[in-house]
Design a protein around this ligand. Sequence first.
Ligand code: ARG
Length: 355
Amino acid sequence: MLNEAKSFVKTMYRELNYNEDSISKRIYQIEKQINATGTYEHTNEELIYGAKMAWRNSNRCIGRAFWDALTVNDARHIQTENEFIDAIESHIQIATNKGKIKPYITIFSSHHPPQIFNNQLIRYAGYEDVGDPAERKVTQLAEYLGWESKHTHFDILPLIYQMPGDKLKFHNYNPELIKEVPITHEQFPKLKELGLKWYAVPIISSMDLKIGGVTYPTAPFNGWYMVNEIAVRNFTDSYRYNLLETIAEAFEFDTLKNNSFNKDRTLVELNYAVYHSFKNEGVSMVDHLTASKQFERFEKNEQKHGRIVTGKWSWLAPPLSPTLVSNYHHGYKNEIRDPNFFYKKQSSTTGCPFH
Ligand code: ARG
């Protein structure tokens, strides 16, 4: 822990132009704390900058140009259930920001955090026959806890959580808090009849945030959507909503034979529909060509500061027309830097207690 703390403090303090003397002092303090208690407390400034660095180091993320604009809510002091629910709901409200989405993270205590069992704070339930198949396990857990579903394609899952020493519970959000966008296409009016929609803000709640050797197991964070995440993956992957044929029918494409290129055409028009539906509702969203341009700007800027951009190519190349963007055409070093976000290891203590 001390080594990781040292390396984090040196990197951060040098980036922020602190002198070497204050770095040594801070490291001495940390060393004393670790020796006495087995861990150390980040200052508010370290927490904020550490979270920003974690975003900057997220190899899968194409949106990193905005890393420095992350708003950090230091919620480490929160202990009661009411405060916890309030912090989660105000995260949703502040991040949604009436559609002008703010990148935001809420960081709970590293020692005795409330636990969240959802993959994202807002997500649609999945059942055998309808909904999002990616959420079947969480949906079963919610139902086991007594949550009553409507059994539609788009039921907002409740928050599933556990306060330290307490039992698992669920909380239904006030529906007014959750912004959703109905999907339409002005040239293909039948699309609207499918009743597709998606929620505005993707708030990942299933990853650990690690800063300088300290793990924050509950630190939900969000940016805004890149259109392909919804249109190419969530709606179209065969193991998700699997809607390619349904949507092609609504577009009245008469064949999906490979050499008709209508599968591809369906994807393009669906991306157009999702993007403009979001924009018409005043909800932030980025298209893949713009996101890739922003990523190039990020790469240049990092280079200017003498930092190497690490990345995971298979995630940075967008799933629609990847060759149209520059990052398709070169490689990335997929080295994992600290601070960062990590998928949780499923174990008997941190995993879903139901499964
Ligand atoms: N791909 C995930 C989804 O479709 C969201 C991941 C985070 N995306 C983001 N733009 N911040 O829900």
